[in-house]
Structures are given as C-alpha cells and as structure tokens.
Design a protein. Sequence first.
Length: 434
Amino acid sequence: MHPLAKELNEIIQSGNHHIYEMLSELGKNLYFPKGILSQSAEAKKLAHKYNATIGVATENGQPMYLPSALKYFNNLEPKDLFFYAPASGIPELRQVWKEKIIQENPQLQKKAFSHPIVTNALTHGLSIVADLFADPHDKLILPDKLWGNYKLIFGVRKKVDIEYYPFYKENGGFNLTGFQETLEKCSAAGKLLIILNFPNNPTGYAISQSEAKKLVEILQNIAKNGCNIIPIMDDAYFGLFYEEETLRESLFGYLADLDKRILAVKIDGATKEEFVWGFRVGFITFASANTPNEVYAALERKVMGAIRGNISNCAHPSQTVVLRILKSPTFRQEQQAKFELLKSRAQEVKKVLNNSKYQEVWNVYPFNSGYFMCLQLKTVNAEKLRTHLLEKYGIGIIAINETDVRIAFSCLELNQIQDLFEQIYLAIKDLEPN
C-alpha cells in the first residue's frame, strides 16, 4: 500500500474507525498523488517568477486559446474556461454549493459535514462511491422500482449482491415494512449500502415527512445493533416536490449526525436542479456523527484520487457557468418559474388520469414529484404496448418490466398531456384480445 494511502487510512481510523471499516479494498488503497497536479498546485501559489509545471500552453499570461472557441462564451475570461480545474472542483463553486444545500435543507443548520467535491454529474458520483465503498458480495439495498444504471454501477462493475424490497406498500406510499425487513435480513453482513432516491426515478414518488421520520428510525436502529450503513442519497431531482405533505429536504440532513456507524453520502448536482443536463456538474458530500474534519479531508483526498485515476478532473467551462448561475441575482426567480411549469404538468397528469374509463386498463402508481410517473398495465404486455405505440402512433414511452411503463411528463407541453394518455388507451384497446 502506498504511504499516502496509509496516512489517509490512519486519519480515518483515528477519527471514526467505522468509516474505515466501510471502505472497500480499492477505497483503502486510494490516495491523491503528490505528482504533477499536487506540485502544480503548490507552484501556482509560490512560483511568482516562472511556473513551468503543468501541461498547458500560455500566451501573455493567459491560457493559449483559439478565438473560434472563445467567441462562443460571452462575458467569460479565458482563464475561467481553458485551464484545468482542480481535481476537487473550483473552490468557489464548492463553497457556493455548500451554502446552497444548507439554505435548502434546514436540518443541516449547525451540523458538520464535508465540503462538496465536484464530479462529472451524478452517475460519476455514484461510480466514485462504488469505488470507495463497494467490494464484491457486499450488500446493496435497492427498491424494485429503480433506475437501471444502479445495476451497472454496483452490480456489474463492483459485483455487489443486490437485495430488493417492494417500493410501494399495497395501499400506496413508501413500503417502510418491506424496507425494514430487508435491512434486518441483510444486516448480519455487517455493512450495508443503501440507495435512497427521492424523488424516485422511475415512479416520481417522494416520501412524506412522516415516512421520512420512520425511515430514519429504521436506519438508526440497524446501526445501533452493530451494522455499518452507507445511505447514498441520489438527489438528482431534488427540489421538484409538488405536494405539501412531501418531505422537501434531503434525507442527508436527517442522517448527517445520526450515528458514527452511518456515513451519509449526498450525491446531487446542477443537472436537473438548474436544468443543465449536458453540463455534467455534480457533487459528493459526506457526513457522519461526531466525525472530525480531518476525516472528511482524508475522504476528499481519496475521492480526488479516484477522479485523478479516472477522468483526471471535471470540465472547467461547465463549472464556471454553473457558478455564475448560482450567483446570479435572478437565479431563484428563474428556477421557481421552471418549477411551477413542471408542477402544472404533474397536476394536469393527475387531472387527466381521473377519467374513470382508464381504470379498466391500468393502475396509476402514486407520484408527487420529479419528472416521471408510472402506470401498471392490467390487460397488455408493457413491451408490446411500447413497440405498438411507436409503430402505429409515433409515441415513445419506457417499458420497465412486463406490466409497468414510465412516462416523462417533464417533456410534455400541457396541451399534449390529455392526448398522450388517450392515445395510450387506444393503443391498449388495439392490443386487447377481442
């Protein structure tokens, strides 16, 4: 093991030995090298005469650039576009994002947690977390209504054992009993990775405040019985909560200081929150009870090592623009306008689906947030319906399994929603046996 990795491990063991126990073999071996990037960072601070460290070309004190590239970036300086960004991200962006999540999550007030680290959006963040904490045959807890990429990131890449629980209870709402039973069954493993994705993809369901309280109690009890837990908050659709009873904070704030055996991981980003899908700017943030800042700094160095050993660093222009968005005086006003538009679409979907004739062909899974909603088909196969809709009606939906389809109302105009569901109904009637 490299001495720098040993040093980071010792810091983590000293500050919270449960977090050290959670690390995968790769996680224990990760470190940020004192190589080109580290030496260049020192030179940037101290080399006041000449800085001949890093592999960029400069001209007249600025990064060398092509005018045909710069012309597409109004009001941005070459230094904010063409230089490499630090492996952990632009420092000011990390600070502004931390301030943002404190503002949006009152439970985080006066709680200690790490500085957010910039990732190449959420999928990259999940992949880094898998590198740090997932070994073959570790237990990963997932709902049966899930984003399929979790299986690739954790199941295929890291070969974890995935345990599923039913997402919904029979009369609607989050299945706390199934969640608890699955955790209790698997807790003998001594370590659990749990992905908590609210608003959920594909269902568009976010837990209520009362469901959140009970979920937190379940995790606390599992930890108190001696199991190390890594709850991973996939907050991709954070903020898109359309109903009053819904929990409007991330569970990260509730878990941040719950127990030393719980390492809460928040993965979020500008992708959906600021409607910049192609920018690929996300963040990883850590929190655990009674854990000193030195441990968070050590975890940061390991994350930086994972980034360095994979993509080196994240794109500078995207980070610069996201930072400018967050600092814009009209940011919240603009964000609220888009929220209201998406909320109106969700409400229109609910209104349209109240039509009693639809009850004979599908059930509507509860939804209250995010981009999506799901139907449970009663009379036809989901994949057959999907292909029939494409071929005859020119309509695209997602078939999740044999009975369920996902519909993204986020990309439908208000005046298209009623027609869409009517066309789906007609397509089902086409396929039903006479």
